[in-house]
Design a protein around this ligand. Structure first.
Ligand SMILES: Nc1ncnc2c1ncn2[C@@H]1O[C@H](COP(=O)(O)OP(=O)(O)OP(=O)(O)O)[C@@H](O)[C@H]1O
Length: 245
């Protein structure tokens, strides 16, 4: 679905991405993992068309991304950031319907779609009439997801979608998201700091460090055949509860 060919991105003297080449398979879930500052969000923003490579190119569905075709590209992408990235002055339904309204969707069509998505994302319908400040973190996240799914895009890009949630809600939402991804068959690319979440939700993990792709593969492949000691160090850096007792 996405191909990156020799993509580099620099902010001043600092490389956020260095010569990254990567294929992202359609209909599958890919997780970008790695230490802070590794370039995960930069890579994701590049797939949305919010950042542009200094060198190399990003190909989407067989065609290189160009600034000219950006609006069309964005319509094919649902993008969710932490806490949903909602506008505080709009109720949840208006946040979710913003783009559909701009595209001229009728009220009944919008209402229908919202009803379907609220059920799919397990958001109580009365929550749709509330402002983001009157929603819980988990509900804001669900509204962010509903907004991203509104136009039924083939691609979902998620930047730490469950980052700010308490462990119980996070656990529940992870299970719901996995079910949702399987059912909808979309191409999903997500950034997460939680390795177990990445292994649970994604078919493929992409481990980044200092702007480079260190290794791509399943969690099992990274565990069993690390290409360098850093892979093992990174995979074991998260402490399990048992190890602390
Ligand atoms: N707009 C920007 N201006 C300057 N430097 C930036 C900008 N965006 C990112 N960077 C730098 O590029 C590098 C990669 O940042 P990025 O946010 O992609 O990393 P990340 O892996 O997502 O980190 P984190 O896990 O902490 O969110 C970092 O060194 C960061 O400071």
């Amino acid at each position: 679905m996405f191909e990156l060919h020799g993509v580099s991105k620099q902010y001043g003297p600092r490389f956020a991405l260095r010569d990254v080449s990567l294929s992202i398979a359609p209909g599958r879930t890919t997780a970008l993992i790695g230490p802070s500052g590794a370039g995960k969000s930069t890579l994701l923003r590049m797939l949305v068309g919010l950042e542009w490579p200094d060198a190399g190119e990003v190909v989407f569905d067989g065609a290189p991304l160009h600034r000219k075709g950006l609006l069309e590209h964005r319509r094919r992408i649902g993008y969710v950031i932490q806490e949903g990235g909602l506008f505080p002055h709009l109720v949840a339904a208006d946040n979710a319907a913003l783009l559909a309204r701009t595209l001229g969707w009728s009220r009944p069509r919008i209402a229908n779609r919202l009803e379907t998505l609220a059920a799919l994302c397990q958001l109580p319908e009365d929550a749709l009439e509330r402002y983001p400040a009157a929603l819980s973190g988990g509900q804001r996240q669900r509204v962010g997801l509903i907004r991203a799914l509104m136009l039924d895009p083939p691609v979902l890009l998620l930047d730490e979608p469950l980052g700010a949630l308490d462990p119980i809600i996070r656990h529940a939402l992870q299970a719901q998201m996995r079910g949702l991804f399987e059912r909808l068959g979309k191409t999903v690319v997500m950034v997460t700091h939680d390795l177990a979440e990445a292994a649970y939700l994604a078919d493929t993990l992409v481990l980044l460090r200092d702007g480079r792709v260190v290794q791509t593969g399943t969690a099992r492949e990274l565990l069993d055949a690390p290409v360098e000691p850093f892979v093992t160090d990174f995979l074991h850096a998260q402490r399990s509860l048992e190890a602390c007792l």
